[in-house]
Write a protein that binds this ligand. Structure first.
Ligand SMILES: Cc1cc2nc3c(=O)[nH]c(=O)nc-3n(C[C@H](O)[C@H](O)[C@H](O)COP(=O)(O)OP(=O)(O)OC[C@H]3O[C@@H](n4cnc5c(N)ncnc54)[C@H](O)[C@@H]3O)c2cc1C
Length: 479
């Protein structure tokens, strides 16, 4: 079917905006990732009825459907070549005692403001801050700085409502929706023992039928279109303290992190010297910083960290506004790292967000050193060191971009061999779906395939993400 025919036919059956204007198609061809993929038609469903009609139409004509939130994903998971569902109109919020029921198109920043009035917050807090949506956060199983204490989305998801691939509305968990696959002990054992993981379908978290909704966390729009979700909320801590420590090397910071974790910080983050040299905190010569935040037993923990840390403590801050300002240096790490590259260079968001057990971070850093030397590569590193989850950005000259496939394959193989996951929070998308089988092995991958078939037998929901027989890492790169 031609693009304008899809558009005109959809316009006839739904009441929402449907567009195939070339400029708007260009806009939806990109997200925050390094990819570009042009969709045919963009829709803005107003309610579940619109979503149902769009899904049934797509199913009938075998057109791929990709849901999209804020488009801040870094691995191309919200890009698709068929119909895009921009979920911004799903914007209702209902605040409960210890939870919030939220439309999937609600921007995190909007929810934060409303929850703040109730003295509450949601745990996972991606550094992109206000600009991501609840649907996108669930789609990627996002996390953030405070996930060390409060978990990723999967740990905070109580219920989720989806429109499935045949156009029915289902609220999960429900007794009728069990996974009809054999999740054997071997399959569970193929999951790495890490604190966060956004690779594949998280069947390791499904211990009974009460957990089936968790499958949607990290499913990247491949199992259903989320219309709303019930998320756990927490009371805003009365007081906090942030301690900033300088280390000569990231390796030293990683070794110390294991000790600092014994104090149960709410957050433990790191930035390397590519970032520290651009921020307004005085850092001795070069080296990296770690940020440790405590929100309980503060006096004791600050005393203890002064005893434990082998790095130099350069700041201890307890004023909430100042703490927020200091965190902005860490939250803007991606923007600061861009200041560290030249016009000739690029920093593809492909390797991204591997996670290993914290004790094995020195091994990860050694492996990175080897790769750096082998490929004469510079890297920028920052992230959630307390989770063993580092953002690693290779810096390459544009002309060398084709090397990235080799570098990534070597890096991911190394991560898996030291017991890690290739993605702790950003998901598989176009960048990593081809590596999901390598991560888990054939048996677990065939369970994933089965799950996808049960939820989406015609493969219309964001096809090519998570389950992929094709190599997608290089294909649609825009750089
Ligand atoms: C500067 C920067 C910093 C970041 N920091 C972090 C961080 O600290 N932690 C972190 O986890 N991530 C981080 N990210 C990545 C990204 O922002 C998060 O993953 C975010 O939660 C994505 O939300 P979104 O609304 O933009 O989703 P999108 O990018 O629009 O979509 C993400 C995925 O969810 C699916 N999806 C969207 N809506 C729905 C729906 N209604 N139903 C079903 N599926 C849906 C999409 O199809 C796609 O697969 C960062 C990104 C940037 C640019």
């Amino acid at each position: 079917m031609k693009i304008y025919e899809i558009g005109i036919n959809l316009t006839k059956i739904v009441g929402c905006i449907v567009t195939w204007d070339n400029h708007i198609r260009d806009f939806y061809s990109v997200d925050a990732s390094s990819y570009k993929l042009r969709p045919q038609v963009i829709t803005f469903p107003r309610n579940e009825d619109d979503v149902i009609k769009i899904i049934r139409f797509a199913k009938k004509h075998h057109i791929p459907v990709t849901p999209r939130g804020g488009g801040t994903g870094l691995v191309g998971s919200a890009l698709g070549k068929g119909i895009i569902l921009d979920m911004r109109n799903f914007n209702k919020i209902k605040i409960g005692k210890n939870h919030a029921t939220v439309g999937s198109g609600v921007y995190k920043g909007h929810l934060d403001k409303i929850l703040q009035k109730h003295g509450r917050f949601v745990g996972p807090d991606p550094s992109i801050g206000p600009f991501c949506t609840i649907g996108g956060m669930i789609g990627n199983n996002s996390s953030g700085i405070h996930s060390l204490k409060y978990g990723s989305v999967i740990d905070n998801l109580i219920e989720v409502t989806i429109v499935n691939s045949v156009g029915n509305v289902t609220r999960l968990p429900n007794m009728h929706h069990m996974i009809k696959s054999n999740i054997s002990h071997d399959v569970i054992k193929s999951f790495p023992m890490v604190s966060k993981n956004s690779c594949g379908y998280r069947i390791d978290k499904i211990l009974s039928e009460k957990d089936v909704h968790k499958l949607i966390a990290g499913s990247e729009g491949t199992l259903g279109i989320i219309t709303s979700a019930k998320l756990r909320t927490y009371r805003i801590p009365k007081s906090k303290a942030l301690c900033i420590i300088h280390y000569k090397t990231l390796r030293q910071a990683a070794i110390d992190s294991v000790k600092i974790l014994s104090l149960k910080p709410a957050a433990l983050e790191a930035i390397d010297n590519n970032i520290t040299r651009h921020i307004k905190i005085k850092v001795p010569n070069s080296g990296c910083l770690i940020f440790a935040e405590f929100d309980n037993d503060i006096k004791h923990n600050i005393k203890q960290i002064q005893k434990i840390a082998t790095g130099k403590i350069i700041k201890i801050e307890s004023d909430k506004d100042n703490i927020r300002k200091l965190w902005s240096f860490r939250n803007s790490a991606l923007a600061f790292s861009l200041k560290s590259i030249t016009k000739k260079e690029t920093m593809p968001t492909l390797i991204e967000d591997s996670v290993v057990p914290v004790k094995r971070l020195p091994l990860l850093l050694d492996m990175l050193d080897m790769i750096r030397k082998k490929y004469h590569l510079r890297t920028i590193v920052y992230g959630h060191i307390g989770n063993g989850n580092l953002h690693i950005r290779p810096v390459l000259e544009h002309k060398d971009i084709s090397k990235i496939q080799k570098i990534a394959t070597e890096f991911f193989t190394g991560v898996i061999s030291i017991g890690g996951s290739i993605t702790g929070e950003h998901g598989d998308g176009l960048a990593r779906s081809e590596f999901v089988k390598t991560q888990y092995g054939d048996k677990t991958y065939s369970v994933f395939r089965n799950i996808k078939k049960q939820f989406d037998p015609q493969n219309i929901l964001n096809p090519g993400k998570i389950i992929s027989d094709k190599k997608t890492m290089i294909k649609n790169l825009k750089i």
